[in-house]
Write a protein that binds this ligand. Structure first.
Ligand SMILES: C[S@@+](CC[C@H](N)C(=O)[O-])C[C@H]1O[C@@H](n2cnc3c(N)ncnc32)[C@H](O)[C@@H]1O
Ligand code: SF4
Length: 285
């Protein structure tokens, strides 16, 4: 199962490409909701998922947002996932990672990940996210390397304007010995400055990247068998909306409904996953 929980809408940046506009509601997920979702996920993985996938795996909870480190209880959230024996990934713009690591670093294992969103070389990243942002991420990665707490990597969103930044990613990969680089497809928004790749260009980009970075990864919900969003997992908003995934915010349920009643485990058992051109890639050339 994939579980990607957006614990807050709040964010201290206003990135040009963000699918969460700054004028959206500024909600924060209460701890009780987070706890119930994680508990149900643990139950599903133990009792239901093996039916769909054949073998249980150690479950990972992805904590995202908005900027998740702005949630006043993020340390409690991370601690809860670890107390349940699950793995955690935090997707962040890097600003408050030191505070987070000071609180929870001792609980993290080499399989827990901090993923920094890096959108290109210094010029491009700062154009998207604001002046000085690239250096902040590099400082945070220096800190992670020195503190040797969690494993860390980069989450990179690709579009037509930053394809040339692959070389810079490669340099960082070896400089920091990054465990992974996530290659995320950029989805155009209504009022947009950026242009997304075609599907074919994205596939080619991933092939090129993997020649140099073998552990470069595509989003987990976007598999070669098809799109598993809403079938074996959800992205969940701070208000408890169950979305098929963060880029395809098709509403499948609402907390306190049980996720089990909203997932499509029958389709998962039959391995009937739709082609992503009918889901998040709808309308992409
Ligand atoms: C919405 S952010 C939330 C976490 C955190 N604030 C951060 O920037 O890492 C999660 C990821 O989505 C990516 N993202 C934002 N807008 C996107 C879009 N329109 N299409 C695809 N990915 C996008 C960001 O670059 C980031 O890596
Ligand atoms: S830091 Fe993350 S959530 Fe905030 S605006 Fe940038 S991409 Fe969006």
């Amino acid at each position: 199962m994939f579980l990607d929980i957006h614990i807050t809408d709040k964010c201290n940046l206003r990135c040009k490409h963000c699918y969460f506009p700054g004028d959206r509601p500024q909600d924060e997920m209460p701890f009780e909701m987070f706890r119930d979702l994680v508990d149900e996920c643990a139950h599903l993985v133990t009792n239901v998922e093996p039916l769909a996938h054949g073998r249980p795996e150690r479950q990972r909870v992805i904590i995202s947002g908005g900027e998740p480190t702005m949630h006043p209880e993020i340390s409690k959230f991370v601690s809860y996932v670890k107390a349940k024996g699950m793995l955690v990934s935090v997707l962040t713009n890097s600003h408050r990672v030191r505070e987070l690591i000071a609180d929870v670093g001792h609980m993290l294992s080499e399989y827990d990940f901090i993923q920094f969103s890096l959108d290109g070389d210094k010029e491009h990243h700062d154009w998207i996210r604001g002046r000085g942002e690239y250096d902040k991420i590099l400082n945070a990665m220096d800190f992670m390397r020195e503190s040797q707490t969690a494993t860390f990597g980069i989450h990179h969103t690709i579009h037509k304007g930053n394809k040339h930044c692959l070389e810079d990613l490669l340099r960082l990969k070896y400089h920091y010995d990054l465990h992974s680089i996530g290659l995320n497809f950029y989805h155009e928004r209504a009022s947009d400055l950026l242009e997304s790749l075609s599907l074919e260009e994205y596939e080619q980009y991933c092939r090129d990247a993997r020649r140099w970075i073998p552990n470069a990864d595509r989003p987990k919900c976007f598999t070669s068998k098809g799109c598993v969003g809403g079938i074996v997992g959800f992205s969940i908003s701070p208000r408890g909306e169950y979305w098929a995934c963060s880029r395809y915010q098709d509403l499948r349920g609402q907390y306190p409904q049980k996720m089990q009643d909203c997932l499509d485990l029958e389709r998962a058992r039959k391995r009937e996953f739709p082609d992503s051109k009918y889901t998040c890639m709808k309308g992409v050339k």
